[in-house]
Write a protein of this length. Structure first.
Lengths: 302, 298
């Protein structure tokens, strides 16, 4: 009788515990929802199956777009991020799934596009054994990510995601990769309330505007006979188009745009003088460089 | 007239913009505003660096800078651009024979009034679109800039459409880059994403061919492409498709593409040896920008 009661108690207790715990995969998805993610571009595979299994019950909250190649997923996430200003989110599996992201990571890195890429990874106990579809993704993507990390325990998933979104979206935006081992995806943990990351020691994404620098710049601009504004993507990333228009209109200074700066200043504005660079417009390019002979004479007169 | 002061905002003096750095803006003072400290003084020495967010910097500078006008200086740009208009643009927009990439984008820009989201791939078509599409709004130009990744546009366009589903999204792609990620037509089909795809088909890896014409004695080494029937391919994915080869069909076809409520694929056959000018040859100063191919390369 006692043995039976004890077995009952243990079973009930186990059920209660099971009911309150969540998997690392669920912790991941809850974190994404908490970060305001609605769309994911991805391609499943063995090492990320637990995440996809959890995703099955999140279709009301997360819309996953199945692409045809992981490179398609990351470029789609880039397009998504570029036109919305939001962080693009990508899912891929381990090994070739992850390495298929490398081109897109390099692209997003150089073009300052905010992305969070989640890659599945083999079980932690298999790391370093040349397991099936195991690749050292962290070291492979070190130079092409703003930040990356490998997570081997479920409790570390949410904090890693919080850091990932903070790093991807702040300062000069960029791509972040979070590599999660399969055991961490499966592991049961107590649910913890998600905490967004607002500070990382030694990471200073937003420099404080320095009065002295602004004064020096203003002095140069005020004294310039032929000032010329070059508008890059930074204007778009800062959402500063209206402010650039105001600045150009007050000071009367003409504006040309780089390739990624196009649209940062309206093309039909009277102060807009064109597109810069290798295949840019004639005026914006010619007016940048002095003609050596002529300007030697004019040097003192400037 | 030459600039005496450059105010660089959120741009990093990429080599495609500066041309030969040792000759770049030697006469000018440089104000460089950037949020990334690593970019300041990386390529060009700044006389007045401003390490800040562009918006904050612009607001502060607008307050501190004097109200002014530089009418003659601005007019000088317009006059120089008029030279380009007469020597390059007029010809491109008034040609006979094979369709030119320029006229396709010119019409696209007019038909959408410069308000569409335009996603480009990499190559000649990308440069032509940057020149001829009049982007009036922020965050509507999407392209692979620093990396120049071919195959970028098709998936990026579907991603852009999902982010802004009520807006017109047009992908402009070359026949080379299109085939690098063409399998994403499957994604467009599966989710019924009403994105517009326009391939400018010159049966060449165009930008490389242009360099081979200008710098390698027209030795077209491994740049000629034998392409499949793109219309059948789109059809296999259930995507409405049309091919245009004649000038008189162009505007109508563009309008049909823009008006479509579903995804739409438009192939425009363009001149095989069409070149993009003006051009600053690699290693040259930006002031040495060429308006046309030198006679020996034509």
């Amino acid at each position: 009788m006692d043995a039976l009661l004890t077995k009952h108690k243990v079973e009930n207790a186990t059920q209660q515990v099971a009911a309150t715990k969540i998997t690392g995969s669920e912790a991941l998805l809850n974190s994404l929802v908490a970060e305001g993610v609605q769309t994911i571009f991805g391609y499943p595979g063995g090492a990320i199956m637990p995440v996809y299994d959890a995703l099955y019950h999140y279709t009301d909250r997360l819309n996953h777009i199945l692409v045809r190649h992981e490179q398609g997923a990351i470029h789609a996430a880039q397009g998504f991020a570029r036109v919305s200003g939001k962080v693009g989110v990508v899912f891929a599996t381990s090994g070739p799934g992850a390495t298929n992201l490398v081109t897109g990571l390099a692209d997003a890195q150089i073009d300052s596009t905010p992305l969070v890429c989640i890659t599945g990874q083999v079980f932690a106990h298999l790391l370093g054994t040349d397991a099936f579809q195991e690749t050292d993704v962290v070291n492979t993507t070190l130079p092409v990510t703003k930040w990356n990390i490998q997570v081997t325990e479920a409790a570390d998933i949410a904090p890693a995601i919080a850091k990932a979104f903070y790093i991807a979206a702040t300062g000069r935006p960029g791509p972040v990769l979070v590599d999660i081992t399969k055991n961490a995806q499966n592991e049961l943990i107590e649910p913890v309330e998600y905490k967004k990351c607002e500070h990382i020691r030694t990471y200073k994404p937003r420099p404080a505007l320095q009065e002295a620098q602004v004064e020096a710049a203003a002095a140069l601009i005020n004294g310039a006979k032929k000032p010329y504004i070059l508008c890059g993507q930074g204007v778009l990333l800062a959402g500063a188009t209206a402010d650039l228009v105001a600045f150009s209109e007050k000071t009367g200074i003409p504006v040309a745009c780089t390739l990624l700066g196009l649209g940062g200043f309206p093309a039909d504005h009277p102060n807009y003088v064109g597109y810069l660079g290798m295949h840019g417009n004639y005026g914006p390019n010619v007016n940048t460089n002095a003609c050596d002979v002529l300007d030697r004479h004019r040097h003192a007169v400037r | 007239m030459r600039a005496t002061c450059l105010i660089a905002i959120g741009m990093r003096f990429d080599d495609r913009v500066t041309g030969n750095v040792s000759k770049y803006a030697r006469q000018a003072k440089i104000v460089h505003i950037d949020i990334d400290k690593a970019e300041i003084n990386k390529i060009i020495q700044a006389d007045a660096p401003v390490h800040a967010d562009a918006r904050e910097a612009l607001l502060a500078l607008t307050a501190k800078c004097n109200a002014n006008k530089h009418a003659d200086w601005v007019e000088d740009f317009h006059q120089k651009n008029a030279i380009e208009y007469n020597k390059v643009i007029l010809k491109e927009l008034n040609s006979t024979g094979e369709l030119k990439m320029a006229e396709v984008i010119f019409h696209l820009s007019n038909l959408t009034n410069g308000h569409a989201i335009v996603v480009t791939d990499v190559g000649q078509h990308q440069m032509v679109t940057s020149r001829y599409y009049q982007y009036k709004d922020p965050r509507k130009q999407v392209t692979s800039g620093g990396a120049g990744t071919m195959g970028f546009a098709l998936p990026a366009a579907l991603g852009a459409k999902l982010a802004r589903p009520t807006e017109q999204v047009v992908a402009v792609i070359g026949d080379g880059g299109y085939q690098m990620t063409v399998q994403e037509l499957g994604t467009i089909m599966q989710y019924n994403i009403p994105v517009k795809i326009m391939v400018l088909n010159n049966s060449f890896l165009g930008m490389v061919r242009q360099w081979q014409q200008l710098f390698h004695g027209k030795r077209y080494s491994c740049t000629e492409m034998v392409n499949p029937d793109f219309i059948k391919l789109a059809g296999a994915y259930g995507i409405a498709a049309r091919k245009v080869e004649k000038r008189e069909d162009l505007v109508g076809a563009l309008q049909e593409m823009l008006d479509a409520k579903t995804s739409y694929f438009l192939e425009v056959v363009v001149g095989k040896e069409d070149n993009v000018f003006p051009m600053v040859p690699a290693g040259a100063a930006v002031s040495d920008i060429m308006l046309e191919a030198p006679p020996e390369c034509q």
